[in-house]
Write a protein that binds this ligand. Structure first.
Ligand code: PRP
Ligand code: MN
Ligand code: MG
Length: 179
């Protein structure tokens, strides 16, 4: 598995420091708001787990699974809800946790769903951002790192469901996905 990585972009410690910083900022900004923190499965599961441990305020957690990539490195453009939330978002301050924003399609779809369900507010935190790849206009409210346009894996991010368990984020060797 490690043989498939061309270069480590963010090691585990660098990621943890950033997650701590985001957690402290969010704890300040969401003080007294009892946010519903939503993990966008599957990619965000590790970031979500680490981030909520850095929150010093009361929160509720829920999980939603959406997918647009399937086993490809390109977005299909069609976002599917695979697992919906367990709770209603009406009147809630919602914090959406994503691992990465690429085209922006997944999040713009999700934000639209949450707003139509009358969330009181929808805030987005993403660990990674690839601004150069946007096809819809969308900015995260909080973000960790901006990335070059390389196919990256690890810390929740997959290629064909593999590599999510890497504790760091790295660039996948092109020969792995051009096979
Ligand atoms: C990935 C990633 C984001 C989304 C970003 O999810 O985790 O959710 O793509 O891409 P976009 O901005 O172009 O929509 P994916 O659909 O691969 O599902 P996964 O989280 O289960 O891997
Ligand atoms: Mn995802
Ligand atoms: Mg994926």
């Amino acid at each position: 598995m490690l043989n498939d990585i061309q270069e480590v972009l963010f090691d585990a410690e660098t990621i943890q420091n950033k997650v701590k910083e985001l957690g402290e900022q969010l704890s300040q900004d969401f003080e007294g708001r009892n946010p519903l923190v939503i993990c966008v499965l599957k990619g965000a599961f590790i970031f979500m787990a680490d981030l909520v441990k850095q929150l010093s305020i009361p929160v509720e957690l829920d999980f939603m699974a959406v997918s647009s990539y399937g086993a490809s490195t390109k977005s299909s453009g069609v976002v599917k809800i695979i697992k919906d939330l367990d709770v209603t978002v009406e009147g809630r301050e919602v914090l959406v946790v994503e691992d990465i924003i690429d085209s922006g399609l997944t999040l713009s779809y999700l934000i639209d769903v949450l707003e139509r369900r009358n969330a009181k507010s929808v805030t987005v935190v993403t660990l990674f951002d690839k601004p150069a790849r946007r096809t819809v206009e969308l900015e995260a409210d909080y973000k960790g790192f901006s990335l070059p346009d390389e196919f990256i894996v690890g810390y929740g991010l997959d290629y064909a469901e593999h590599y999510r368990n890497l504790p760091f984020v790295g660039i996948l060797k092109p020969e792995v996905y051009s096979k």
